[in-house]
Design a protein around this ligand. Structure first.
Ligand SMILES: [Zn+2]
Length: 865
């Protein structure tokens, strides 16, 4: 206890408080009051060194207090941004566990649901608390059945092979063995439309377009329940609360304010620099250990870890040689097939080529001319590259799903692509198909094309891209206002959710769709909205609405749809728009609030505050440096490597192989270029591949097979090195680093490793969810970790896991630490020092030129509290 002082004696007077130490420098408005046990007076300050030290402490404390209030505001504003995103994710059911596809019979979502984020458990949440047995009882969703069933695992790890968790046996209890190879039975041979379940109509609910242009679901029976709950303008209570246009723009405004705030920008910039440097240090210290860990894993290497092409447009998913071969074979075998209707008459393929003055012999990659390597900053011309030989006729015949042939040629081409993918086994694709919003019939045509042509494969899932082409449709009179586009895109989806038998093919197709994308040239100039929120019906000008406005309507309608689909046990969707490729960096703010993950994001390099927020939330970025290189940013300037070092959740994807790639293995080509230019290590490549699976929309059952049984747990606990080939110490590093940043933002706690050793407290700051560092024996922690499925007893894994769970437990371990400290990023060394110091063993040891006695170091601790 500090000695009692009369309240009105000026505590604010440093001279009084310091008992005679005078310095013009020390003029703090509020002095240090918390120095219990160390009454300061003349007798304690006999030593001149001690006086000077004390003075410096005073300055330090003053400086911290001064900065403190400003920092606190900063932290609070960042924390609020994180909360805002959480709100939007919750309201749209985009988190892991919200989608019925995530419920595989053993995973039942997190309890409470708010502890889940879009790609797994939130980093800061206690891991064991969320998977209690109660989850199984409370699971209102049935087990999701994948049809056709995915191929069974080819190999089985037995405990003797080093894994503590053998592959789960099949549901009937029989051990699955090497009976079939995964490629022997194709999904399109198994798939029968008659075997797909078409659910009953939902007579309990109806849907209506609300005043703002968002489809809203109401109870069909309930009459105006005005008594409680939120009631919308129609006087009815909707099934789910959807943020209004005004609410969205207000939240967006707040976020933009934080991101353009000077102190926030420089703070985020410095944190990103720190994270990047810390990564370099980690690599220097652990390179050899990582390599050793990977070598210890049998069978697995970069080639046989799953790699998802997280961003690829279906109509550009073949390479040019493939397309050329296909066109030539059609010209040779079916020259007289009627393929297109032009200028009042039907034309055969032969006639089309005659009209173009071309023969099969003339055709080459050069005449096809679809490479887009000369279109830098010409997105307008890039779109023309989709036309083979510059002819829109050939594009319509070969690359469209909706043409005179009902997309027959593209379906055949797709079957060939699917066969290639299934053969490669470890490469899988999330293909984008277009819905334009020009009329209500588009969905049915597209669904029939997919389902009737049996374009199903365990290597393929679909995303729907909606091009932002309002001004084109408006110009040609297809729509009157923006609400028409919204209706054309979403009304069929609500109809099929209400009554699947109304569009049976669409119902089947949607089960294989994972989400929505928003595409177009972002660099087009756009009109900004300043505190005016015209509804979709009011938007009837010729100009397209801005990006943020499009995103709102995509998000809001999808959120409303998801709530209904989830309640019906149908799969839900996520929003994964193209964002931050070019144009206004503000687009990224809209995506931060509303999107599960994004494609591109190269403009985050210009907005450090937003980049830091993307890091804290681990939002997926599907990056395509080769595509950027051709269109918007040269390869060497691409921020991909910087993002990776900082720890952003990045994956590699191809975008448009037809325009950018040369080989049939486009995805490997993308990895290969990145590896050579950015000097990626094998561990880096495997981490990128793992990220791509995290970002993808495959079912829980499949993801478990690909990257481990508990993949949704952050850090070491979620890693199964036998499946991912990612060193566990690496994921532990990523996790503990993220935890430190979250602790800083949420609680103003500085990371222990960023604090000089002589200032470090013996019990460092920790998150409230973290286990207590007392008692010092952390053997319990270690057992829990090593008992986790997919975790080995390999010493470095265990140490890494300990590091990921709580830094403080590592600190407390001291000499009992099983690992040489240099193997875990130096944290052990620091911990050792701080432990010795705290028990007074470092008497007289010099740190940074200042002799520190135990007493004085204690004083420093107190001052920092
Ligand atoms: Zn793209």
């Amino acid at each position: 206890m500090p000695p009692a002082r009369p309240p009105n004696i000026a505590l604010t007077d440093p001279e009084l408080f310091l008992g005679g130490i005078r310095s013009p420098l020390t003029k703090p408005s509020t002095p240090i009051t918390s120095m219990p046990g160390t009454p300061v007076n003349e007798t304690n300050c006999e030593d001149l060194n001690a006086k000077e030290l004390l003075m410096q402490m005073q300055i330090l404390a003053f400086a911290e207090q001064g900065i403190g209030s400003e920092l606190e505001q900063l932290y609070a504003s960042f924390a609020r941004c994180l909360d805002l995103r959480d709100k939007y994710m919750e309201l749209s059911n985009q988190r892991l566990g919200d989608n019925p596809k995530d419920h595989d019979g053993t995973f039942h979502g997190f309890t409470p649901r708010s502890s889940g984020d879009v790609m797994g458990l939130k980093a800061e949440v206690e891991q064991d608390a969320c998977e209690g047995p109660s989850a199984a009882e409370n699971d209102e969703l049935p087990t999701w059945n994948i049809y056709p069933p995915p191929p069974p695992p080819h190999w089985h790890w037995k405990p003797s092979q080093g894994s503590v968790m053998p592959e789960p046996t099949s549901s009937d209890g029989t051990e699955m063995t090497k009976t079939t190879t995964s490629t022997s039975i194709k999904d399109n041979q198994t798939f029968k439309i008659e075997d797909c379940q078409i659910h009953e109509e939902d007579k309990q609910h109806i849907f209506q377009l609300n005043d703002e242009g968002v489809f809203t679901v109401y109870s069909a029976t309930e009459e105006s329940p005005r008594v409680n709950g939120e009631v919308d303008s129609k006087g009815k209570k909707p099934l789910a609360r959807i943020p209004t246009l005004k609410e969205y723009f207000t939240d967006l405004d707040y976020l933009l304010g934080v991101c353009s705030d000077g102190p926030a920008k420089s703070f985020a910039f410095r944190r990103l620099k720190y994270l990047s440097s810390k990564w370099s240090l980690y690599c220097l210290l652990n390179e050899y250990q990582e390599l050793a860990d990977m070598k210890a894993v049998p069978h697995r290497d970069f080639y046989n870890v799953r790699k998802v092409d997280t961003h690829i447009h279906h109509s550009a998913s073949m390479n040019q040689k493939h397309l050329l071969r296909f066109i030539k074979s059609k010209l040779k075998r079916n020259p007289n097939e009627i393929v297109i209707h032009r200028d009042g008459k039907d034309l055969t393929l032969k006639e089309v080529f005659e009209s173009l003055n071309l023969t099969a012999y003339d055709l080459s990659i050069d005449t096809l001319d679809m490479h887009a390597h000369q279109e830098f900053h010409r997105f307008d011309r890039f779109n023309d590259r989709y036309n083979p030989t510059g002819s829109s006729r050939l594009r319509e015949i070969f690359l469209k799903t909706d043409n005179l042939l009902k997309g027959k040629y593209l379906a055949e081409l797709t079957q060939e692509l699917i066969a290639d993918l299934e053969q490669s086994k470890y490469q899988v694709s999330e293909w984008r198909l277009s819905i334009y919003g020009r009329n209500l019939g588009e969905w049915d045509k597209l669904a029939k094309w997919v389902v009737n042509n049996k374009l199903v494969s365990h290597n393929v899932r679909w995303l729907i891209q909606v091009p932002r082409l309002y001004e084109v449709y408006k110009g040609s009179g297809l729509v009157n206002n923006f609400e028409d586009v919204v209706k054309n895109v979403f009304q069929p989806l609500f109809e099929v959710t209400k009554d699947p038998s109304s569009h049976p093919e669409l119902h089947i197709f949607l089960q294989r769709v994972v989400g929505f994308d928003s595409v177009d040239d972002e660099s087009k100039p756009e009109r900004r909205l300043y505190r005016k929120f015209p509804t979709a019906k009011m938007w009837d000008t010729n100009q397209s609405p801005p990006y943020s406005y499009w995103i709102y309507y995509m998000y809001a309608n999808m959120a409303s749809l998801n709530a209904w689909r989830r309640s019906r046990g149908f799969n839900t969707f996520v929003l994964r728009p193209h964002c931050g490729e070019a144009g206004d960096p503000d687009h990224l703010s809209s995506a931060f609030l509303t999107a599960h993950s994004i494609s591109h994001g190269i403009l985050l390099r210009k907005v450090p505050a937003l980049q830091y927020l993307f890091y804290l939330k681990q939002i997926g970025l599907a990056m395509s440096p080769l595509s950027n290189n051709a269109l918007f940013l040269t390869y060497e300037r691409n921020p991909f490597k910087d993002y990776f070092k900082v720890g952003l959740n990045v994956s590699l994807s191809t975008d448009d192989p037809l325009q950018f790639h040369f080989t049939a293995s486009h995805l490997l080509e993308e990895y290969s270029c990145a590896a050579q230019i950015y000097k990626l290590t094998p561990a880096d490549m495997c981490e990128l591949a793992r990220n791509s699976v995290l970002q993808s929309g495959w079912e829980m059952q499949v993801k478990k097979h690909w990257i481990g049984h508990k993949w949704y747990l952050p850090g070491a606990a979620g890693n199964d090195i036998h499946k991912t080939n990612v060193p566990t110490i690496r994921l532990a590093y990523r996790h503990s680093t993220l935890l430190e940043e979250l602790a800083l933002i949420r609680h103003g706690q500085h990371s222990p490793s960023a604090t000089p050793t002589h200032l470090k407290q013996s019990s460092p700051a920790r998150l409230p969810h973290q286990p207590s560092p007392q008692p010092p024996s952390t053997s319990n922690d270690r057992t829990t970790v090593s008992n986790r499925p997919g975790m080995t007893n390999h010493p470095s894994d265990v140490a890494a896991a300990a590091m990921s769970m709580t830094n403080s437990s590592v600190y407390a371990q001291g000499e009992s630490h099983p690992i040489a400290p240099h193997l875990i990023g130096g944290v052990g060394t620091l911990g050792e020092r701080s432990r010795k110091k705290s028990v007074g063993q470092l008497k007289g040891v010099s740190f940074g030129g200042e002799a520190v006695t135990p007493l004085e170091s204690d004083q420093v601790h107190e001052a920092r509290r």
